[in-house]
Design a binder for this molecule. Structure first.
Ligand code: SF4
Ligand code: SF4
Length: 552
């Protein structure tokens, strides 16, 4: 797939501003830079407006006759409903502090990928139809007429934003361009203009419970397969409860974890951990998906998908919910769940049954992140760990956007990693934690047909990985997001060959010394343990950016 892209002629990056005014809407839909439109059958399944067959390269997008009225009515409605929408449209001073912070601008050089200009595409319409100055002075006041070409430009650029929110960290006014993208996508949805990589997973989640469309019996088979694999590696027979009423905890993970690679090894890590601590928990086939692709579509769809998790928790009668290594599931839970469907007062405030720790931050959502849960187990000496089983890896950590900027979960994964492996190195300071660079494929942009834009958008992330590879020999990039585990491997294969990708709980599963296990000869990937090199820490390095992080 990546080879194919490299054979095609990619765009050249030219940061020289074009002579043409930004106000002229002109988009060239070039192969590799956009996602295919939503298939009508999935739009119909979700009861979405104006389902139809069209392509971005078509001249005629088969819009309803009154499309303009629909958009302006939709805009008016949202200006009244969402205070942040009007505020962010009004207060930008066009200082440019955000301009070079977007990975898509860095990787493409296209000025309309600067966050400030991306929003101007929408703001110019707001000015024209909803402000006095725009109505009177038109172009002079930065206003534009709403035309079909403007719509096409919206489709192109608002599906070239991964809603990562890096730009908002640098904006002195806190303007969140992600929210502008969310609004623009909502408006496009009113005309049935969305991409299939968003609408199909959302519709699959309704049909079968998860993005991939895996039916309950296939879920059960995959679990059985994992049980056999664990038995072979550890000699231990684990139990994996599914749809068990009365369990204490409902565990929710992204579906890719039990179906894709390298996610699968993280899935094995979950099962080993839960077995070892004797957790009273259950999986669900109805809520067999943590990810919420509805969030990349509209608030309404995000709300509907989020509700599934909570209605299942109620049906099964669990006390609280534990969530796995997912990205946007956590953003939705942390920032929107309270307004969408919460507070979940029918559940109990989460308390670890193993350590007694009360996770106060989850009092409202009743959902605890697995990294918080595992870090607490380690802190309370509840796990026996042998980090030398991960000696094959020199590890770095990618802060997934939704987890770092959206939730603020920064320390727990690092604490776990320092306990389960012997060599951990941070990437440069301006590329991690709140300032982390996006994988370039989030928010529904991770499709194969969009590969060139993904590789461009992921370039700054890959560049930081390249730095620690060259400095310290890093060969493993860990993360706690299923989209990252799917999209980082091709990105690294292209820009930094030789660095693999893993979830944090894969390394936990490797290091975990289980009661009664046989001598392990392989890691969870089936690679021989005795072929691992022993760590050779660079002398005299302490903790800090780009330095070896010792096991503690
Ligand atoms: S940093 Fe904020 S105020 Fe400045 S141009 Fe960007 S969005 Fe506007
Ligand atoms: S939210 Fe992320 S992708 Fe979107 S404009 Fe900001 S930095 Fe770029």
């Amino acid at each position: 797939m990546v080879e194919e892209v490299s054979k095609e002629k990619p765009l050249t990056i030219d940061y020289t501003p074009p002579l043409k005014s930004w106000m002229e809407p002109a988009v060239e839909f070039r192969k590799g830079t956009y996602g295919y439109p939503a298939a009508p059958k999935h739009e119909k399944y979700l009861d979405l407006p104006n389902p139809g067959v069209w392509q971005p390269t078509d001249k005629d997008w088969k819009l309803p006759e009154n499309w303009k009225e629909i958009i302006l009515r939709g805009m008016k409605d949202r200006l009244g409903r969402y205070r942040s929408f009007r505020l962010f449209l009004d207060i930008c001073v066009r200082c440019g502090a955000c301009a070079d912070k977007c990975h898509f601008f860095i990787g493409s050089g296209d000025p309309k990928n600067m966050p400030v200009l991306r929003t101007e595409l929408l703001r110019s319409i707001y000015r024209r139809y909803f402000t006095f100055s725009g109505k009177v002075f038109g172009k002079l006041a930065g206003a534009r007429e709403l035309t079909e070409d403007v719509l096409k430009e919206w489709f192109y650029y608002f599906f070239q934003c991964t809603e990562c929110r890096r730009c908002s960290v640098f904006c002195p006014y806190g303007i969140d361009t992600c929210e502008m993208t969310m609004m623009a996508r909502e408006l496009l949805n009113l005309l049935g203009l969305n991409i299939n990589w968003i609408v199909e997973p959302a519709s699959n989640s309704y049909r079968t419970g998860n993005h991939l469309g895996i039916p309950p019996h296939a879920f059960k088979s995959t679990v059985d397969f994992a049980i056999d694999e664990i038995k072979e590696i550890t000699g231990i027979q684990v139990e994996v409860p599914i749809n068990r009423k009365g369990a204490e905890i409902l565990f929710i993970a992204p579906s890719a974890d039990y179906f894709a690679s390298p996610h699968w090894y993280t899935f094995l890590g979950y099962l080993l951990l839960f077995h070892e601590i004797g957790l009273d928990y259950t999986w669900s086939t109805y809520a067999s998906e943590g990810g919420n692709f509805g969030f990349f579509h509209s608030a309404d769809l995000a709300k509907r998908l989020n509700a599934k998790i909570y209605s299942e928790a109620k049906r099964l009668g669990v006390k609280w919910i534990l969530g796995g290594e997912c990205g946007h599931m956590w953003r939705v839970i942390h920032q929107y769940m309270g307004t969408f469907n919460g507070p979940a007062d029918f559940l109990e405030k989460p308390v670890s049954p193993i350590t007694g720790t009360h996770f106060e931050n989850a009092n409202s959502t009743k959902m605890v992140h697995l990294c918080e849960f595992t870090a607490d187990l380690i802190k309370n000496n509840k796990l026996k760990l042998d980090p030398s089983r991960n000696n094959k890896w020199k590890v770095t950590y990618h802060d997934s956007c939704n987890i770092s900027r959206g939730v603020g979960l920064l320390e727990e994964p690092r604490y776990i990693l320092r306990n389960v492996c012997n060599e951990f190195y941070e990437m440069p300071e301006n590329t991690i934690r709140e300032r982390t660079f996006c994988c370039g494929s989030g928010a529904g942009l991770g499709s194969d047909e969009n590969m060139e834009m993904r590789l461009r958008g992921g370039f700054p992330r890959a560049n930081a990985v390249k730095y620690v590879k060259e400095q310290y020999g890093v060969n493993l990039l860990t993360c706690i997001c299923a989209i990252d585990r799917a999209t980082l491997p091709p990105l690294l294969e292209y820009w930094v060959p030789g660095v693999e990708v893993a979830g944090v709980h894969e390394l936990v599963g490797n290091a975990l010394v289980l009661k009664g296990e046989k001598e392990r000869t392989t890691n969870l990937r089936g690679e021989p343990l005795n072929s691992f090199i022993s760590p050779s820490p660079p002398a005299g390095r302490g903790e800090g950016e780009g330095e070896r992080q010792d096991h503690v």
